[in-house]
Design a protein around this ligand. Structure first.
Ligand code: MEV
Length: 339
């Protein structure tokens, strides 16, 4: 397809939950991550000139506009969290401009049913969706693995660090074990025996991902041997998790999630609200619950042994005033439709 033939591209990108292994993955340990049925939709349309206009209906604040011109980004609204979300868009545009060696204008419109900072991979999904939709209107056809690499670069540009786990999870979909060895992230798909009855509770975000990653790095600089042992224990939990998931042993997966949560808490990335959500879910009957994502607020994921129990736990948590909902793993990652 030649440049100029497509007028609009719509990218749909799922969110993700990390079942086991966040933070330790930054230090070369494996992690298990799953695409979920929460979505970010990014539309890109042709715009005269070389500026990029971005509009979001629902990324944390309603109706935010921004424009990327030669002098940088200008926001119509000073909400820091919206600026943060939009910086993933602009970094993604920059990545596509580098590989396409083209500077073309575009109007980008974003819809999301996950708030930024929820710990469900929204930032990675915004970056991946922008890469997918913008590259499509330039006539490029990028496969999900390439989009994941580009979205990881966009995350690195904003956050300064990223294992690439979130971008690969949202681009590839499915349940995957990821491993970052020698600066490359390898991904292998896990066969799951049946649906995983999962729910998430959203808690207030106290600090961004980069801060949570730095917190662990600072702790490690003071207690290198101790933190390395915690990280390799998390790696061992993940190794057990792989066989546990493939054998369909939900009870054991729940226990591994609980042990993993304790270690994440030891690394200093939990909050009072997250602990309350973790223990309320278990008290209500979940077989496992833990932080998912970087922590310091954001989401807690819980696992139940049946869908019926999931419904009960979800109701108990909602009646307690928590923002809880069931989520389902999805096989498909990023997809693009040309209009
Ligand atoms: C954030 O969702 C996951 C972390 O492991 C950071 C990363 O993998 O880049 C905390």
């Amino acid at each position: 397809m030649g440049i100029g033939e497509v007028v609009k591209a719509v990218a749909k990108v799922p969110g993700k939950v990390t079942l086991l292994g966040e933070h330790a993955v930054v230090y070369g340990q494996p992690a298990i991550v799953a695409g979920i049925d929460r979505y970010v939709v990014v539309e890109a349309s042709d715009l005269e000139g070389d500026e990029v206009d971005v509009y979001s209906e629902d990324i944390s604040v309603k109706g935010v506009n921004a424009r990327l011109g030669p002098g940088g980004a200008v926001y119509t609204c000073g909400e820091a969290i919206a600026e943060k979300a939009f910086s993933y868009v602009f970094e993604a545009i920059r990545q596509i401009r580098i590989i396409s060696e083209t500077v073309r204008g575009a109007a980008i419109r974003i819809k999301s049913d996950m708030p930024v900072g929820a710990g469900l991979g929204t930032s990675a999904a915004v970056a991946a969706g922008t890469c997918a939709a913008y590259s499509a209107i330039l006539g490029l056809q990028l496969d999900p693995a390439t989009l994941a690499e580009l979205a990881t670069k966009a995350e690195l540009g904003v956050q300064g660090s990223s294992s690439g786990m979130d971008a690969h999870a949202v681009c590839l979909g499915g349940v995957n074990v990821v491993n970052k060895a020698n600066e490359r992230l390898t991904v292998s798909r896990l066969k799951i025996r049946g649906p995983l009855p999962l729910g998430v509770v959203e808690t207030p975000r106290e600090a961004p991902t980069a801060h949570a990653v730095e917190t662990v790095a600072r702790l490690r600089s003071r207690y290198p041997d101790l933190v390395d042992r915690l990280n390799s224990d998390i790696g061992a939990i993940v190794q057990d998790g792989v066989t546990t998931i493939e054998s369909g042993n939900l009870t054991q997966l729940g226990e591994l999630m609980n042990i993993n949560h304790g270690l994440l808490s030891s690394l200093g990335v939990s909050t009072a609200a997250m602990e309350e959500a973790v223990y309320s879910a278990r008290r209500a009957g979940a077989i496992g619950s833990k932080i998912t994502g970087a922590g310091m607020g954001g989401s807690v994921v819980y696992l139940c042994d049946t869908d019926r129990k999931l419904g009960e736990v979800n109701s108990v948590l909602r009646n307690m005033g928590m923002v809880s909902s069931a989520v389902h793993t999805v096989e498909k990652g990023v997809s693009v439709t040309l209009v």
